[in-house]
Design a protein around this ligand. Structure first.
Ligand SMILES: [Zn+2]
Length: 286
């Protein structure tokens, strides 16, 4: 895991982390990576993991990895308790994110430390921690305003990384989960000067992760990657492509009841979004 992040950082690109909770989404993400010869991270949140099954998604990812020869990393996204982290580790996930960002700092620090110990014992070399306040969930919502006090504090980030020994850190730099209901509105701009401050403080102690990148202005994402972000998370845009194309497929084919005839256009729509993101992040042919 660290190798693909190291390589990404050296070559100024980022790896996309794409969420999936079923077979069609997984197929779309892997096919996009295969077309563009890109490493990818398959993320499952707690809800997504519970739906598809942790062991089940692990088995599916293993088969896709064997068949394609691609670097595919299976990652738990926003694990909120030690229990969920343990389940993911037991199921064979390659990478885990513990999100204690809503907890008091000291509690987040203490649990993240335990997560790192657990993960290391199983040979997992990417534990992602999180500090700072990320607003919103992976859905369509009213516009959200980011406040200065939400942003990850550089000094606190440095202390957190040193004490927990996490490999990567999800930061809040103006990014938010979800997208505006009014799709003509982009998400707020990133505070790129704040990202520079975090960089200056932490140096190469950990890799930086950008959550909530759906709907963020593309130029901001490019600049953030140039400033050292190595993992960019995309969920809402994939959910939107999935549901919109599924509704269309059902409406266009009212007589069809065969799932494998209704789903190819859905896979294609999700795949198109993933391909667009891989190109934006610059991980194609790497
Ligand atoms: Zn997130």
């Amino acid at each position: 895991m660290l190798d693909i992040f190291q390589k990404a950082k050296q070559n100024n690109y980022a790896i996309g982390a794409f969420n999936a909770s079923n077979l069609e989404q997984l197929k779309a993400i892997v096919q996009a990576a295969q077309n563009l010869k890109s490493p990818i991270i398959i993320s499952t949140s707690q809800g997504e993991s519970n739906f598809i099954g942790k062991k089940q998604v692990k088995a599916l990812v293993d088969i896709w990895r064997q068949e394609t020869g691609l670097d595919i990393i299976l990652h738990l996204d926003h694990g909120k308790s030690l229990e969920v982290i343990k389940e993911a580790i037991e199921a064979g996930y390659d990478s885990v994110h513990f999100d204690g960002s809503k907890m008091p700092f000291e509690e987040n620090l203490a649990i993240t430390k335990q997560v790192v110990v657990l993960a290391r014992a199983k040979g997992i070399n990417n534990v992602e921690g999180e500090i700072g306040y990320l607003r919103g969930g992976s859905s369509l919502r009213e516009a959200v305003e980011v406040k200065q006090e939400d942003l990850t504090d550089p000094v606190q980030a440095d202390k957190f990384i040193k004490e927990t020994e996490v490999d990567s850190l999800a930061i809040a730099i103006g990014n938010i989960h979800g997208m505006n209901k009014d799709q003509n509105l982009e998400n707020p701009h990133l505070f790129l000067d704040h990202l520079e401050k975090i960089n200056e403080q932490i140096g190469n102690k950990a890799f930086l992760v950008l959550h909530g990148a759906s709907g963020t202005p593309e130029q901001d994402i490019k600049k953030a990657i140039a400033l050292g972000i190595v993992k960019v998370n995309i969920n809402t845009e994939l959910r939107l492509a999935y549901t919109q194309s599924l509704k269309k497929s059902l409406a266009d084919n009212p007589q069809v009841i065969t799932p494998y005839k209704l789903m190819p256009s859905v896979v294609k729509a999700v795949q198109a979004v993933v391909e667009e993101k891989i190109k934006l992040f610059g991980s194609d042919n790497s």
